[in-house]
Design a protein around this ligand. Structure first.
Ligand SMILES: Cc1cc2nc3c(=O)[nH]c(=O)nc-3n(C[C@H](O)[C@H](O)[C@H](O)COP(=O)(O)O)c2cc1C
Length: 205
């Protein structure tokens, strides 16, 4: 049975997810990567703009360079694949009509495109990049759970030099980083969950 047939429930995926920093040296089948990203595609975003873009790095030389950019954090080369999660609002805006629901009438589509363009053209490139990042972070969360759901582990990371990673992947200056995510089969256990109590984080009105 391949990994993708053993998927976990959402609850199991959330409970079993821990940051894993050493991985088995087994490549992830492309079919599994495709299944993971097919799920991540379904992440929600405001106005359905979907600004997330995923760069999946499996090349050993490039992983070594990424590790260097991540201040030598060893999980980067230990993992068979490393996903660099980026947000590209300029690409979204350049192709804004693609985000409009195909079921709308041509008039409604035109109206929607005009509204969206008007809204984002009134912002600086930097402000709309930050706005896009809030959406891309949602997909980053979905990605961690999709990975877990299909029997893999991961480690969300923001500890890296963004300008170095930008250079390595040849990304334009307006692109933002949600983080990088080494993924693979766990070869160690994570730490037990340590979290605030419900009383601190939730109020019921
Ligand atoms: C956005 C983000 C950035 C993180 N950056 C790093 C990192 O650079 N290196 C690292 O080892 N762990 C990193 N972590 C992992 C956290 O330390 C970890 O999620 C937290 O301690 C909770 O542990 P758990 O993930 O095992 O439940 C990061 C987590 C998040 C969500």
């Amino acid at each position: 049975m391949n990994t993708t047939e053993q998927s976990l429930s959402v609850r199991q995926a959330i409970e079993k997810r821990h940051s894993i920093r050493t991985y088995k040296q087994e490549p992830i089948p492309q079919q599994d990567l495709n299944k993971i990203f097919e799920l991540v595609r379904l992440s929600p975003s405001a106005w359905n703009l979907q600004p997330w873009r995923f760069h999946v790095v499996t090349d050993n030389d490039l992983k070594e360079k990424l590790e260097e950019a991540a201040y030598g954090q060893k999980q980067v080369t230990s993992a068979p694949a490393v996903v660099v999660v980026t947000s590209d609002m300029e690409d979204v805006l350049a192709n804004i009509a693609d985000t409009v629901h195909p079921g709308l009438s041509p008039e409604r589509k035109e109206e929607e495109v005009a509204n969206l363009s008007g809204f984002f053209n009134g912002m600086t490139v930097e402000d709309r990049a930050q706005w896009g990042l809030t959406q891309t972070n949602i997909a980053f969360g979905f990605l961690m759970l999709a990975v877990q759901g299909y029997g893999y582990s991961s480690n969300p990371m923001l500890g890296f030099d963004q300008e170095k990673v930008r250079e390595l992947l040849n990304l334009p200056g307006h692109v933002k980083f949600a983080g990088i995510l080494p993924i693979g089969k766990a070869d160690s256990e994570g730490y037990p969950h340590h979290r605030f109590d419900l009383e601190k984080i939730a109020t019921f009105h």
